[in-house]
Design a protein around this ligand. Structure first.
Ligand SMILES: Cc1ncc(COP(=O)(O)O)c(C=O)c1O
Ligand SMILES: N[C@@H](CCCC[NH3+])C(=O)O
Length: 417
């Protein structure tokens, strides 16, 4: 599943001891395994095999240029949700014809940018946006290829903050209105309908919500065909979960086995937008123990990575395994593993049983490759972490650690101060 394993009690990233990397580049640091990334990407490619498909990696999960480049080189596309992500995808060499663009708040500048670059399709999230894209396409004398993002009202059975496909969510067009909006799109002069899109949530651990949502979408596709509206691209979004603790999510091949039979005899290209399932377990965050503190009610292990480096525990109450970089035979303790930030919410784990650590020893926060660095910030004026990629015995920095000067770059003191 991933290539972060112990050899003689020492944690390795592929063939490199993690300690060697942290001694060279310091902590906190994100470390990614090239072969894990590639294996996960290829698992999708082989699962969908001969069925026409495009694997559009969701850049929001991890947008480091080296990671995008790796997928670009292996035939990947991109799912983007901003002009910045589109810029990154194009710069990494992802062909525009393999880029899909979702998000409820695309701006005029972003729409023009995507039109100019001739992306595969806009995944449109509202009637207002549809009319706006038509207007901008007319203004720029282009035709905008679109899919409507349909909200199928299926419960993905995941954390409420990361589920998107229910009526109460801001995403997509209610399935009840879909036909009406497709007809509208069909009548707009600068819109070309090419696809249909859905994405119901993230960290899904069952295959049934994917199947149920797809069945609903296919009923709509059939109705559209009857009405003379042809769909070429069926974008089923991302959302496959990973093992953080003890979840057993389906893998891409189980997903494919369950959904491809539903698509038999249909002339469709399937688009997938996986993020987490490709990068999540391919990255770890390594942090150094700074202090041990016996509170009145709890023991705290204070480390040099905080909620600004990895937001998931505090934002979602998310669980990440935390392991010693070098295993020892000391007793176990129960502690909160906390960062240096001035917030009580700054924790990586609460009431966690871990092997007793000493100051200066390293801990690895596992499954941190998705929505880890991508959601990091400079809160408390903390420079963002460095990132390294390991391939076999080789490793290279793929992002320099920020400096204090990087943090203040762009700030301006007005003349009147
Ligand atoms: C439209 C869309 N596509 C793809 C993804 C990627 O999801 P995941 O990382 O769960 O595969 C997301 C995030 O949930 C999304 O909003
Ligand atoms: N940021 C979330 C996933 C969000 C998915 C975005 N559509 C997480 O860390 O789990």
């Amino acid at each position: 599943m991933h290539l972060f394993e112990y050899k003689n009690r020492e944690l390795y990233a592929e063939d490199v001891p993690v300690r060697k990397i942290v001694r060279e580049f310091g902590t906190p640091i994100y470390i990614y395994s090239y072969n894990t990334l590639l294996n996960h990407f290829k698992a999708y490619e082989s699962a969908f095999g001969n069925f026409p498909h495009i694997i559009c990696f969701a850049l929001k999960a991890n947008s480091n240029a080296a990671i995008i480049k790796l997928f670009a080189k292996n035939g990947g596309g991109a799912d983007v949700v901003s002009g910045g992500e589109l810029f990154r995808a194009l710069k990494a060499g992802i062909p525009a014809k393999k880029i899909v663009y979702a998000g409820v708040g695309k701006t005029e500048e972003e729409i023009i940018y995507a039109l100019k670059n001739k992306i595969l399709m806009f995944n449109v999230e509202s009637e207002d946006e549809l009319r706006e894209i038509d207007r901008i396409a007319a203004k720029t004398k282009t035709i905008a290829p679109i899919a409507l993002r349909i909200n199928p009202d299926i419960d993905p059975e995941t954390h409420p903050y990361i589920s998107t496909g229910l009526k109460k969510h801001k995403f997509g067009i209610p399935i009840e209105n879909a036909l009406e909006y497709y007809k509208l799109a069909n009548n707009l002069k600068h819109i070309e309908i090419v696809g249909i899109h859905k994405h119901i949530g993230s960290q899904l651990t069952k295959v049934s919500p994917f199947v149920d949502a797809l069945k609903r979408i296919l009923i709509l596709v059939d109705e559209l065909t009857r009405q003379g509206i042809r769909i070429s691209y069926l974008d089923i979004g991302g959302g496959l979960g990973i093992t953080y603790k003890d979840e057993v999510p389906p893998n891409p091949s189980q997903l494919a086995k369950n959904i491809l039979p539903l698509l038999k005899d249909r002339k469709l290209t399937i688009v997938l937008e996986p993020g987490r399932s490709i990068v999540g377990n391919a990255g770890i965050l390594v942090t150094k123990t700074l202090y041990l503190k016996e509170g009145q009610e709890k023991t705290f292990v204070i480390v040099d990575a905080g909620m600004n480096d990895l937001m998931r525990p505090t934002l979602y109450g998310a669980y990440h395994h935390i392991q010693p970089v070098v295993k020892n035979k000391r007793d176990k303790i129960i502690a909160d593993i906390v960062g240096p930030i001035c917030e009580s919410g700054d924790f990586l784990a609460k009431d966690r049983e871990i092997q007793k650590v000493k100051n200066g020893e390293y801990l690895a926060v596992m499954s941190a490759g998705a929505y880890g660095f991508a959601m990091s910030s400079n809160y408390n004026s903390r420079p963002k972490a460095a990132e390294v990629m390991v391939k076999g015995k080789k490793y290279e920095l793929i992002r320099k650690r920020e400096t204090f000067n990087d943090i203040i770059r762009g700030e301006i003191i007005p003349g009147f101060i």
